[in-house]
Design a protein around this ligand. Structure first.
Ligand SMILES: [Zn+2]
Length: 466
């Protein structure tokens, strides 16, 4: 065939183009699928913790089945994550710090994975489409490694040893990822089943309701806890120890407390006021958001933490003000959770305000002045905190003083209406500072720019209201 034959050349050109066109038509759907499948982001861009959490999916439920051998300080677990893709996904990640991963499957099919720093990066065999429900099962184990978080700089976080037979988890802000793989950011709430198996004789406390307790016949016992209300990963909680369970059903909400056996009787007295506090908070804020409440008291260490339906104390911290403060977090912090870590004042400012005004609803002017004098100019704008100020005076005290200023401006009726409306509107969800301002302005029917700018956004501490 001669190239100089114009007819032939034309035909060859046409046939080559047709072939390319056919090839293109044939490959186009495949190519577009491949092109559209993107990896989920490794991090959600939180200003204080940009690498925390993962994009591309929304977790619905965690089912954690964990065995713990205290003698060896070792866990082995399978966590099943039910999620929904929020984009077409070629791969996605979960947060998991330390531990070693044995296997990962997605929708029952073994998947390849990489575990780099605190990211478990999973490549499913079949890509996931936006809107797909999918199930990830991760089998893993080892000795939980302490999580050093610059936000909670005074202690390490995660699953940790306390003393004697006592172990506890400390999830806020980043600790949960040292005992289960999760989308470790408050904005992705999910329900939970937490099953923990320990040597017989030890008790496991966790979130929600104890729905099963099984003697396995091999010197171990399993405790199954169910949390049916959506919960942020940092609120997932386990305590293991020689606890006595003390129930208190004399008030509006069933209470089950876990006290160390040796001091159970004295501690029952210490926490006897909890039901009265519960009634006080229900009056101000509306119904308690969960099925049950309780505290775990640890024999030592400085631990003090709130977790959904269960707070942690040590005897030194078991004082009236802290008992009230931690209980108030069930409304603000756990039911309504800060959408970003920079919104921390929505948790700590609110609980502090309620702590300062318990039990007569009044916060003494002298005590406000004392706080301001003590904190001085170190108490910056709550919305501008850096990571090391997460638990500082700006979030706790200036946050509380912001609410106090709002109450002074609007009067009791409107102010408490705002607290209730905000709590109701964002129950079992997350909220930002802007969400709270919007509720305050809508309930009060006033423009509150001047007040909120001064208290939340400007560096200088405004003058206290008279
Ligand atoms: Zn607090």
């Amino acid at each position: 065939m001669r190239a100089s034959d114009p007819g032939n050349l034309l035909w060859r050109k046409i046939s080559a183009s047709a072939f390319k066109l056919l090839l293109l038509l044939f490959l186009l759907p495949v190519a577009s699928v491949i092109l559209a499948q993107q990896p989920g982001s490794e991090g959600l861009g939180d200003r204080l913790y940009p690498k925390l959490g993962n994009g591309g999916y929304d977790v619905e439920h965690y089912s954690i089945d964990l065995q713990f051998w205290p003698q060896e300080y070792r866990i082995h677990a399978t966590t099943v994550v039910d999620a929904i893709a929020t984009q077409d996904l070629s791969r996605f990640s979960l947060d998991l710090f330390g531990l070693s991963v044995d296997s990962v499957s997605v929708n029952g099919a073994d998947s390849t994975f990489e575990h780099v720093d605190h990211k478990l990066i999973i490549s499913p065999v079949a890509p996931l489409a936006d809107g797909d429900a999918f199930t990830v099962a991760i089998e893993y184990g080892g000795r939980p490694a302490p999580v050093d978080d610059p936000g909670a700089y005074w202690e390490s976080l995660g699953w940790k040893y306390v003393t004697g037979d006592y172990y506890v988890t400390d999830g806020e802000p980043t600790g949960s990822m040292n005992w289960f793989p999760c989308n470790n950011h408050p904005s992705d709430k999910a329900t939970y089943t937490i099953r923990v198996t320990v040597p017989a004789g030890l008790t496991v406390a966790s979130n929600g309701v104890l729905t099963d307790q099984i003697e396995n016949g091999d010197q171990t016992e399993s405790f199954v806890w169910t949390m049916d209300d959506p919960m942020s990963s940092h609120n997932a909680f386990v305590a293991v120890g020689d606890f006595v369970t003390v129930r208190d059903d004399t008030g509006p909400v069933p209470i089950r407390n876990f006290f160390p056996r040796a001091s159970a009787e004295a501690l029952a007295d210490t926490f006897a006021e909890t039901q009265a506090m519960m009634s006080w908070l229900v009056d101000i804020l509306g119904p308690y958001p969960f099925a049950e409440y309780g505290v775990v008291v640890l024999p030592e260490t400085d631990s003090l933490s709130d977790n959904q339906t269960i707070s942690v104390f040590t005897p030194a911290y078991a004082t009236r003000k802290y008992i009230l403060h931690q209980l108030a977090h069930q409304w603000f912090g756990n039911s309504v959770t800060q959408a970003r870590w920079e919104d921390m004042w929505l948790k700590e400012g609110f609980a502090s305000y309620l702590e300062f005004t318990y039990p007569d609803g009044i916060w003494q002017q002298s005590s406000k002045e004392e706080l301001v004098a003590w904190a001085g100019s170190g108490m910056g704008a709550p919305t501008k905190i850096e990571i090391e100020q997460l638990y500082g005076t700006a979030t706790f005290w200036r946050g509380a003083l912001t609410l106090d200023a709002l109450r002074a401006e609007l009067g009791d009726e409107v102010f408490f209406d705002i607290l209730r409306t905000f709590n109701q509107q964002f129950a079992h969800s997350v909220a930002t500072t802007e969400d709270f301002i919007a509720v305050a302005e809508s309930v009060s029917e006033e423009n509150l720019d001047v007040l909120f700018n001064a208290w939340l956004y400007e560096d200088a501490v405004p003058a206290l209201p008279e």
